[in-house]
Design a protein around this ligand. Sequence first.
Ligand code: HEM
Length: 533
Amino acid sequence: MDKKWLEVLQKEEHYLPLVGVVTVGLAARLVFALFSNICQNRKESERLKLEGYKEIPSPSGRYPFFGHMLSLGKAPSFKVQKWHQQLGPIIRLDMGVQPWVLINDPYLAHELFVRNGINSSDRHKHSYAYWMYSKGGKGMIFNQPGKKWKSTRSAALSILAPKNADQITESSVSITDNAIKLLKEDTDKEGAISPVRYMKMATYGTVFKAVFGKDVTSINDPTLNSLIHITERSIVYAGAAGDIGAFFPSLSWINHLSSQKKAMNDIINERDKVLEVLIREAKDGDVKCLTKVAYSIKEELGLDEMDLTILLNDVFGAGGDTTGMSLTWLFGILPQYPDVQKKICDEVDEFLVKYGSLPSFSSRDEFPYTTAVLRENLRFRSITNFGIPHFTANDVNISGYHIPKDTILISSMHAMHMNSSIYEDPEKFIPERFLGTTKTWSASSSGSIKERDIYAFGWGRRICPGIHLAEMIVFNMCVRVLAQCTIEAPLDANGKPEFVDLNNIKTQGIIFGPQDYKVKFIKRDSSPFYHQL
Ligand code: HEM
C-alpha cells in the first residue's frame, strides 16, 4: 500500500509543472494532511478506550500518520500472526485513521460475528469496491446486509446450495477433465509446468458455466479470459490499495488526481460491456444457470437489472480465484510430501479397482484420507489474507471489550489456522489431524462453533455461499489428477528437487498465494488406468 501510494504521488508529480506554485501547493497540502491525520489518529484511539472495558492491545511499530500500515510488510498475514502470538486473541491496528480490530480465536470470532451478527455484518464503504465496482452497494459481496442483500443471497443459493447443485456437479467433472487433458499435453511438451492456468480454467470454467451456462473447452477462451483479467484487477483494487481516502481522509484528493481512478473506471466499463453480452445470451439460452434462474425470480425478489449484473459478477469473481488458489497451494505442497501423495493414490486406486471408474464428489465418503488432506491444505494456507472484512454498524461489546461503530473487523484467517490453542503443531502440514472428520466443508463451517474445524469461509450471515461448489471442484481436481499422475518438483543442476518456498507469500489484494512455481505431472505406472492414459 505504501509503495503504491508513493507511486501514485510520483506519477502525479510527473504530470504537474515541477517548479513554482503547484509544487509549493502540494507540499503545503501534504503538511496539512499529515497534521490533520495525526489529530484524527488520536481521536480514533480515544474512541476505542472506554471506561469499564478492557483495552484492546495494539502492537508497537505505529508510525505517525500511517499508523501500523508500514509495519505490515510484504506478508501481512504472517505479521498479524506474530502480533497475535505476542498480544493475544484480539488486537487493534490503526491503518491511517481507520481502526481495525482483528481476532484469531474462533470462539471470540463466533461471539462477534455470529451472536452479535446484527451489528457486525456490514461492509465498509470502500471507494473502489463499494462505490465503483458495486455501484453504491448493489449485488452481494459489498452490499449492506438489508433486504436486497438477502434476496441476492437466496438467488445465488438457488444454484450454489448443496441440494440445488446437481447440474454444476456434472459440468465440474467435464471441465476438470478438459483442464487435466491440457495439463498432461503441455507437460509432455514442456516437462515442468506452472499449474496455475489449468487450475484457473477448471475453477473459473466451472463457475462460468454455473453462472452463465457456457462451456469452456479451451484455456484460451477469450471471453472467459477477459472476465478473469477484469476480476483479478478488481481484486487488487478491492484491497487497501483502492481506498486511500479511508485511511487518510485528508489525502482523498489524490484519488481524484490519480491515473488510478481512470484505470478503475476502465475496469468497470470493460466489465459492464462483457457482462451485458454474457447475460443476454444466458437469458435467451436453454441452459439452467444462475443468470436464467435469477432473472426468472427477479421481480419476486425485488431486484433490478444492475442488482443482478453485480451479483453475477460477484459469484464469478469470488468463486474462481479463491478455489484456484487452494489448488495452486495443494500442487505446490504435495511434491514436498510424497508419503501423503502415495496415500491419496492408494485410496483412488482402491476405488478404481472396486468400481472401474473415476470417482465424483458423491463418492467423497470413500476418501477419508484425501478429504483430510484437502482440509489440511485449506487450514495450512488460507487463501484469503483476512477474509472479506466486516464493519460495525453500531457499538459492540464482547468478552469485556468495547468495539465502537465504524470499525473494520477482521477474522485473522492465517493466524486463526495457526493458533496453537486450537491446532497442535500448527506450522506443520499434518493431514492426519483431520482423520475421522467426514463432514463436508459446508456442514462443518456452519454448524456449532464447538464442531467447527476450519475457518476459511468466514462467519455468520456473511458466510461464503460457495463452500459446496469450492469443495466439489477441489475434490474432483485432486482425485482426477492423482488417479493418473504423481506430482514432482523439477530438479536443479545438482539433481536436488526445487520445491516452492511455502513461506514466501505473494499477496494480491485480498488473496494470498505462493510465488510462481513449476512442477512435473508424471504418468503414474502404478495406476490401474495406466494403459488408458
Ligand atoms: C476455497 C474457496 C473459497 C474460499 C476460501 C472462500 C472464502 C470466502 C470468505 C472468507 C468470504 C467472506 C465471508 C465473510 O464475510 O465472513 C466469502 C464470501 C463469498 N464467497 Fe467465497 N470462498 C471460496 C469459494 C467461493 C465460491 C466457489 C463461490 C461461488 C461460486 C464463492 C462466493 C462467495 C460470495 C458471493 C461471497 C460474499 C457473501 C456475502 O458477502 O454475503 N466463494 N468467501
